[in-house]
Design a protein around this ligand. Sequence first.
Ligand SMILES: Nc1nc2c(ncn2[C@@H]2O[C@H](COP(=O)(O)OP(=O)(O)OP(=O)(O)O)[C@@H](O)[C@H]2O)c(=O)[nH]1
Ligand SMILES: [Zn+2]
Length: 205
Amino acid sequence: MTDPKDTLASGATPPEARHIDKPRIEAAVREILMAVGEDPDRDGLQETPARVARMYAEMFGGLHMDPGRHLHKVFEEQYDEMVLVRDISFHSMCEHHLLPFIGTAHVGYIPRGKVTGLSKLARVVDEVSRRPQVQERMTHMVADLVESELDAKGVIVVLEAEHTCMTIRGVKKPGAITITSAVRGLLKKDASSRAEAMSLINKHS
Ligand SMILES: Nc1nc2c(ncn2[C@@H]2O[C@H](COP(=O)(O)OP(=O)(O)OP(=O)(O)O)[C@@H](O)[C@H]2O)c(=O)[nH]1
Ligand SMILES: [Zn+2]
């Protein structure tokens, strides 16, 4: 039976819920609870496996989506300077520990006769983040999508994030920030354009 919480206001099932095997996640979470010495049938934990399954469907749902589709709608525009959306907040899950890494993305590109809606760059970041990830791959994926879907002359993507697997466990270094970048096309070839992009990214008002 479909869980009512998996149904959109429109009555439709969200796309990720169709692809993610939630009963299997529930069984696995129950196993984990027993493995750590908990009683999965005690009051507070009874609904936990189903909750965690819904959470993973939300956080990993991007695996079953094509983030490039957000860039299919474009506007013809003779603007050939850089367009940069800075400080796009994101959160993803590190694939090594399945713990969140949380930060901001900066996405810039130099158009070639067509531009995309600004929100679409943030939608791409969101969807690419909704899967088990490493920050480097996420950075490359966003850059590759913007370059190929928009046929952009140049692309720059910078991600800054705090990895909770480094802050709440293991080496325990709260405040350590990982910065990754990917540059494509003109921004890779031309140091002065790249420097301009970096100065815009680093400009804090
Ligand atoms: N390159 C990269 N490493 C990551 C990312 N997220 C987490 N990691 C690292 O993945 C590594 C996994 O290392 P392992 O030695 O296999 O695992 P571990 O014993 O849990 O390592 P510690 O975190 O050092 O305790 C750790 O160094 C993490 O900091 C990421 O996005 N990119
Ligand atoms: Zn990790």
